[in-house]
Design a protein around this ligand. Structure first.
Ligand SMILES: [Zn+2]
Length: 286
């Protein structure tokens, strides 16, 4: 995947290495508040401001900055910013063509656990999107997990994960998320799960649209990338995840769709590049 010359998104909130201040919103004003509290406690606020904004896990590190080679995590964070920048470019265009304005989401990098407007979350839940604060949350450790546990390769697979979460943001902006949520509240558990599956498959399809259009603009795809993305879509299918974590599969509790379905919908977005092709709610067959 070629994304080196892509403009990096500035909508990244780096909360890596920060402990979760319950009741205090992290990032932005939150960091300043934490720094002020730290000052009262006699901690050098520079440590916190630095760790919150630029250094991440290096908080409290005594090593001189200039001698530190970029870590694997720094490179991943840079990659994430490039992919997010690419999704901003693509979706801003698509929305503009439909006479709308694309509101860019913020991506929060965190370590271990995080406080969002959707509640407190642990890294174990995987990357997620919170509609209430319109932010994407990613613990970079998930990528290592993706590689180690599900044998999903690097690079484009990681981009796919971000593009999928951005897909949920698009669903939110288009009012789809709200409509589906309303339907789910009136439905039984099984029906609510079935609606979740369609939401997820549509987000996969939106990720495919991103890949198609980013490639059209900047030739980001290299041989093997699509297979990588499809592999990632399959690797995070509910059946695979259930098999890896529980050892058995129970289709009624699927909320993301099977590996095969996820591949199919990602492919559909990729092949058509068209929003209309992604109507997973009208599809008779998933
Ligand atoms: Zn999802």
């Amino acid at each position: 995947m070629r994304i080196e010359d892509q403009e990096r998104s500035s909508n990244i909130e780096d909360r890596r290495g920060m402990s979760v201040g319950r009741g205090i919103a992290g990032g932005g004003i939150g960091i300043v508040v934490i720094a002020l509290i730290a000052m009262f406690l006699g901690v050098d606020p520079g440590v916190i401001l630095q760790s919150g904004i630029t250094e991440g896990p290096a908080a409290g590190s005594q090593q001189p900055v200039e001698s530190r080679a970029p870590s694997r995590e720094d490179k991943q964070a840079d990659f994430v910013a490039a992919v997010l920048g690419s999704t901003e470019e693509v979706w801003t265009d698509i929305f503009a063509r439909g006479g709308r304005t694309y509101r860019k989401p913020t991506l929060v990098l965190f370590t271990g656990q995080v406080q969002s407007a959707c509640g407190y979350a642990q890294a174990a839940v995987g990357p997620f999107y919170c509609p209430a604060d319109q932010k994407l949350y990613i613990d970079l450790a998930f990528y290592r997990d993706l590689q180690d546990r599900f044998k999903a390769p690097e690079d484009f697979a990681q981009a796919y994960v971000i593009a999928h979460e951005v897909g949920h943001h698009v669903q939110n902006l288009l009012g789809i998320a709200e409509r589906v949520h309303g339907m789910q509240q009136r439905a039984g558990k099984q029906q609510a799960n079935a609606l979740s599956v369609r939401m997820e498959l549509q987000a996969d399809c939106f990720a495919g649209i991103w890949a198609a259009q980013a490639n059209q603009k900047r030739r980001i795809l290299e041989p093997g990338d699509v297979e990588e993305g499809l592999g990632a879509a399959a690797a995070v299918g509910d059946d695979r995840i259930q098999m890896a974590t529980r050892g058995y599969v129970s289709p009624d509790s699927f909320t993301h769709g099977s590996a095969q379905q996820r591949v199919r919908w990602f492919r559909r977005g990729l092949d058509t590049g068209d929003l209309k092709a992604c109507d997973a709610f009208a599809a008779a067959q998933l």
